[in-house]
Design a protein around this ligand. Sequence first.
Ligand code: ATP
Ligand code: MG
Length: 455
Amino acid sequence: MTEKITAVKGMNDILPQDAYLWEWLEARVRDLMQSFAYQNLRTPIVEPSALFVRGLGEVTDIVEKEMYSFEDRLNGEQLTLRPEATAGVVRAVVQHNLLYDGPKRLYYTGPMFRHERPQRGRYRQFHQMGAEALGFAGPQLDAELILMAHGLWQSLGLQGVTLELNSLGQPQERQQHRQALVAYFELHQAGLDEDSVRRLRTNPLRILDTKNPQMQDLVNAAPRLIDFLGADSMAHFEAVQAVLSANGVAYRLNPRLVRGMDYYNLTVFEFVTDQLGSQGTICGGGRYDYLIEQLGGKPAPAVGWAFGVERVLELIKSQGLGAHPQAPDVYAVVPEMAQLPLAMKTLGALRAQGLNVQMHSPGGQSSSGPTPATTPVGQSSEPAWMQLGSMKSQIKKADASLAPFALIFGAEEVLAGQVTLKALRDGVGEQRKMPLGDVATWAKALQCELRPTGG
Ligand code: ATP
Ligand code: MG
């Protein structure tokens, strides 16, 4: 046997038994985005590395150690598999001058890539769905986005998700805080790990984002950015909180919340849960009023969030929520090859009326190359694919498919211009002869019977 090729470490196949849940969640999020008048934007998975170095900040975990970067073999261009989508969204908005006729509300979905240590809730290819509001300065957009995410958890029925909120203020306020922070950490250098000692010179705020458990006490006692905010920043922050409170959205102020990228200012937030082990952040976001300018656009404010699809789905599953895989409405039983063309034509007419139809077909295995399409000369036995299986075995397959109906194309009834519709589950055994001359009419009636609400 030839050796198998397996997927890259930390990159997962999403198998059909899970994929139905993905599609279900994606549909819910799409509905939510549309209900808030957000429009879809799709950007490439590969971007120039400079986009992330400049956008996310050189001294961040992502840029320092998590990017999948490579050189284009033809022109030597430095490229990176996107580790997040905000920088790409901003690049596209700037490149296509999307803000020329006013602000935009956008959303996206897709795979992201980070070279991290794979573990529960942390993968090298993972997926995000995110929303970005570009060109708006007011706190109502920060609040709108938080309400949107909160509404999503509620509509999914998720329990135990907490909102953490902080304000990072404006650059000059951060500058003052930075001095206090550096003074504090210099005094406590012995408690810093290697990364943090380096960051003390380059990006001291990053130290607050450390995942090192031994540094938590030190970090908790550090000067708080919130204490350095001026009146305007405080007013913005309080306006966000007022909307949240009026909407019954509970939140916890967390002065240590700094987020993993440098582009944030003012409001930052995360939705966290204690039900996913140490990978408890399901969604993160905030305001990034300087990123558009930093990436070459006309200065414009913006705010957004992204949630991790894998983590949200794990939470959905662990709480017994979500959709169930859908069985076909009709399983077509075709005992003989002679009836196959007519059967397949009829099934098309059923699908045109909105019915989900699965046709019986025997499986096949190629043990030594593909099954010959024709019988070899001198052999009289039919090739395996011609043996469709007995009526009884096909009905058994129909039952196993969980379809509520079997549609039986027996030779005799087809000759009489009919086909048998057999109820399989509730009302087992009930059989009706349906005319082949007028499939659309009864197929439509059947569709209404199966989906009375029109879903
Ligand atoms: P963490 O602190 O867990 O590393 P982060 O701050 O790096 O998260 P963001 O860049 O804010 O994460 O991305 C938003 C969301 O994407 C996270 O809250 C999380 O749900 C998800 N996410 C981030 N990295 C991964 C990953 N490697 N695997 C799976 N999901 C991830
Ligand atoms: Mg991270």
